[in-house]
Design a protein around this ligand. Sequence first.
Ligand code: ADP
Ligand code: ZN
Ligand code: ZN
Length: 736
Amino acid sequence: MFVMSDHAVLRVALPLPLPRLFDYRAPPGVVVDAGWIGCRVRVPFGKQQRVGVVADLGPAQIDPNSLKYVIERLDDTALLTGELWHSLQWAARYYQAPLGEMLATALPNALANGAEPADTRVFGWQLSEAGHTALAGMRAGAPKRLAGLLQAGPRAHIQLDQDLPGWRSAARALAARGLAQAVELSAEPPVTAEQGPLLHREQAQAVAAVIDALGSFKPILLEGVTGSGKTEVYLEAIRACLGRGQQALVLVPEIGLTPQTLQRFRRRLGVPVLAFHSGLSDGERAAAWLRMARSQAQVLVGTRSAVFAPLPAAGLIVVDEEHDGSYKQHEGVRYHARDLALVRGKQLGIPVLLGSATPALETLAHARAGRYRYLRLSHRAGNAKPPQVRVIDIRKRPLDAGLSRQMIDAISACLGRGEQALVFKNRRGYAPVLICHDCGWRAQCRHCDAMLTVHERGRRLLCHHCGARQSAPPACPDCASLALQAQGAGTERIEDALIAQFPEATVLRVDRQSTRGRDGLQRLLDTLGDRPGILVGTQMLAKGHDLPKLTLVAVVGVDEGLFSADFRAPERLAQLLIQVSGRAGRAQRPGEVLLQTHHPDHPLLLALLGGGYRAFADSELSEREAAGFPPFAHLALLRAEATTQEAVNVFFAEAKALALTLRAAVPEARAGLALHGPIPAPMARRAGQVRAQLLLSAEQRPLRQALLARWVPALYELPSARRVRWSIDVDPIDLY
Ligand code: ADP
Ligand code: ZN
Ligand code: ZN
């Protein structure tokens, strides 16, 4: 028989698609104690090695002598502790993800892969006494400029990088003469913060409300049109946090994290502001994460995964554009950063400030029910006026690449005034389809149930779903006719039409292709500057960048969005229209928005035009309630795909039978939990895979969670689950 203490075994969370922990022994002679929990370890797994996190200690369930040893303990003290550790365990349960996968999602890559926690101490330079004395008599040049900067106090390397590029040789010159020396700093010393504008009344009230909430959990919705000054409210509230020695986390949508945004935060807060986004290297992301963990930095601005930043001295979490779709992770662990921000805020006992011009309907419902504090900024800051919105009925009107005469005239007038116009079309490429005018053949993707999009003025065909690309055929593959036509218009074709119409004007196309690389969009916009011109683009242009000369927004393609089957499509379209309209007239000049449509009487457009987003939200919330969709129901979507229909069918048959059995065991669940499907996914075949889905809908969230907690672990055990790729999406935002 074996004899071991009760806590002899390390239970390790590994990033594997298996809903359990894995038991290991500590290396021989090493004591197992609670200090292991939250530390990373390297362990053998099959023939390989893996990095995991010790999640628990416990008695061995099998002969411990048969367990393998941990190869290496990677952290002396726990990397994951306190609130973050609890929130991540909670999130793993909520999203039905294996803890190891949740942790691998939350940790910066470098740390998840086992990298040593980097030294994040801050080094800098300071002037010696001799340096202070010598400054006045120094010759002009880089050393003198550096000495001038250091006169006010020590400066960190990264501050010097910003203020005086090439400072290093100047520092060496000063050091050689004993005028300056390198020092270790506890953190970057603050610099003088720039003064912000005088807040208007609503802003001041909002700031006061947030400051009042500091120190306890409170969700706050700040609803304010684009340009109403929400960012100023964030900045003032964060300053209050800094004054209390606390940290602030700011989440921004993927597209909103521009160098300008960071600059604005840095200048106005006067403290280092860390960035966290996909454009950084693994090392940079890990360093930012560690500096927050070590309280070496107070402010972090980042995209979705920044929601996992450690906040040992938490004061406030801000989620800007809280309705934005980029907060939802669409693969792996399908978490929602806004929802997790609220969960963390509650654990941390701090306010969570959600800002938007077009709040998600879920958020709005909470605010209206009084569960969230509801603050509003009802008008634009400064002198900016709201734009005038006009609908152009294009039924029976001639169109040129989808543009009506009225649209062209309005653009012409705008250019004539020396201003800029934005033509918005949510479809990239040249045209959405290639058809044969003689026999009706259409170019379809071989791997997907989807049309190929025409690109490069008709030369190439591209599938937007699987990425397949090919040259356009010279003749119809069915009837050999040469009458192949690109039908409809994407941004490329609109660009061509505008260049033909306005040969003198600068026309810039803004989409994923034309803005590749870091800061690609900003570089492209910089080429236009303040000159009159036209921007043609997809939703990339809907937000983020201040374009003071932009006075006309021409929306060309709304009709596709009006008739989508997805329950969230109207909300998304309304948000997009409001956001894109918000681009017009941000500065002194009034803006104008033109909406071109074949459906001027569509209820969505009438509601939006008549009463704005609020009126739209009222009617949409009633529709959701009637149809039993969120926020009036709580959904989970089981998706699966495989190369054969049969594999998909068998998996769903077994999965559904299992769910029905589990539901039958809970009396109150029989009425409150519905299963819809399985049905083919809206795109039933993608990249050669057959796809289907099963929707679980619950009146009460706890009921859904109770079922998921039994159902999902059992799915892993199904033999048919091995023949498909399946995933569970808790609170899906799209049903495809
Ligand atoms: P939002 O975040 O709501 O889009 P911002 O905070 O970016 O709005 O403000 C929009 C513009 O108005 C910015 O240029 C900002 O400097 C300016 N602004 C904001 N508040 C004020 C104010 N109280 N007085 C003058 N200008 C302001
Ligand atoms: Zn043909
Ligand atoms: Zn395809």
